[in-house]
Write a protein that binds this ligand. Sequence first.
Ligand code: ADP
Length: 563
Amino acid sequence: MTKKIFLSIVSICGISVIAVMLLITVLMNNKTAELAAEQVGNEARLIASAVEKGGSDYLLDTEFSENIRVTWIDSGGTVKFDTDKDADSLENHADREEIAQALQTGEGSSSRYSETIMKKTVNHAVRLSDGSVIRVSGAHSSFTAQFLKLINPILLILAAAALFSALSASAVSRNIVKPINDIDLEHPDAQKNYKELAPLLEKLRTQNHKVSRQMDEIQSRREQFSLMTESMSEGLIIADPKLMVLACNTAALKLLGTGSFTMGQSIYALNNSDIFRRCLLNALGGRRSECILRTGGGQREVIASPANSIDMVCGLVVFIMDVTEKQELETMRREFTSNVSHELKTPLTTIYGTADMLASGMVQPEDVVQFGGNIRGEAERLINLINDIISLSKLDEDSAPHENESVELYSLAEEVIGRLKLSAEEKGVAVSLTGEKVSLMGSRTILSEVMYNLCDNGIKYNVSGGKLDVKISHAPKRAIITVSDTGIGIPKQHIGRIFERFYRVDKSRSRKIKGTGLGLSIVKHGVMYHNGTVHVDSESGKGTTFTIELPIEKKNNEQGENI
Ligand code: ADP
């Protein structure tokens, strides 16, 4: 700005100085020419009257000033006398403008410019009484010569003007800029002293208002975004094309098992595994990419999607979901299918083999009964298995309607024990039922199955001469079923798994004891269906107690998870 002001002032001063100098020179030049013409005219008249009186002697005797040239020309134009040159050497002057005029009118004048000496010659001629002419010539400096004479003072004045401009420009610019520098951009209203700044201040005020409104909007959107993403159970990460994290919710840090993370860091600070890198690089290549990570104490499904702008990827949106349960369920489903196939195949193979032997007549007549018994035993096993699978799948189907009626547990237990009387006698187990009548709202079929499986196990896994006690009691708003036996018990390390489908504690020993490995799964789901809990206490070699607590008022469509 100082430079601009300096240049403006210098230019204005320079142009003014040059213009004034030119004007002065022009005026001076005109005046000088006028004076020179007047002077030469006067001289010519004086000399003419002197020659009129004194003749040629006057011219020869008089010492003329060096600044003038005096020439005497006869009426024919021949030069009779000249102060500068030999008269004989000079040509006829009759055609000279001033001479021709003087010969005609009595007086004549002219001026001529000489480039070489940059001077102007002024001539004045006066006719004498004898017809001859006296001409006086004088020279004065031309405009250019006069201007050149002034060049040094002009340059001096220009230099002084430049110096003056520099000093004044710096002072002026400082004074102009100071109030602008003093403006408080946050509070432009504070600067009100200069009305010239009013439009600028007004603009700043409007701009400030606009910026603050936009900032508020951005802040509120950021808060809204953070509120929404923080309430998500899925992880969400937004990264730029260089994979620097722009936004990331707490769920993402938790799911990836990252303790501390600062926004703006590389996404790899969250997880640096090869599989994660590959997934992100694929997405950066423009394709939606998925992978499963084992991190943060579980399995995480990562979905990386490219954010496209026209033809290029301008960032990534990464979703992280906890799929531990889903994966486990998937594993369970796979295991269940393979277990079911296996469990169905084994008795069917035996049935087929035995039947084949019978059909081919290879079996001795006395063995037919035993072979038939084998087939019946395996077929019974198949039926039990299929029944259990049907029960389980019914319980699995949340939407499957089950009756909701008042069920009295004590009489239900009596009925179940009655059905198991024969097997209890065969095993030599004494079964007893104690407690009180307790009714609850629920499904009689499911509760009957739950009790049957627990009592059946209590007999199956008991010892000869052992006991099975069933007790029905109630606590506030809950019914309690306790089934305890004095059987073989369950080793501690197996207790956590006995409710899994097809899980049997000791496969080799269990083979001798009929079972599908689905009984306790049915118990678990049946209790869950009634929003209840089941608890196991067992000691190897001493016995097992199952305690079931069920809410008396069953709420429809609510499944308990606390088993
Ligand atoms: P199963 O058809 O084999 O009885 P369950 O699901 O009912 O299948 O039981 C799973 C396993 O738990 C059984 O194989 C058995 O090893 C063990 N178990 C269940 N109840 C008892 C019990 N009362 N005493 C000892 N072990 C038991």
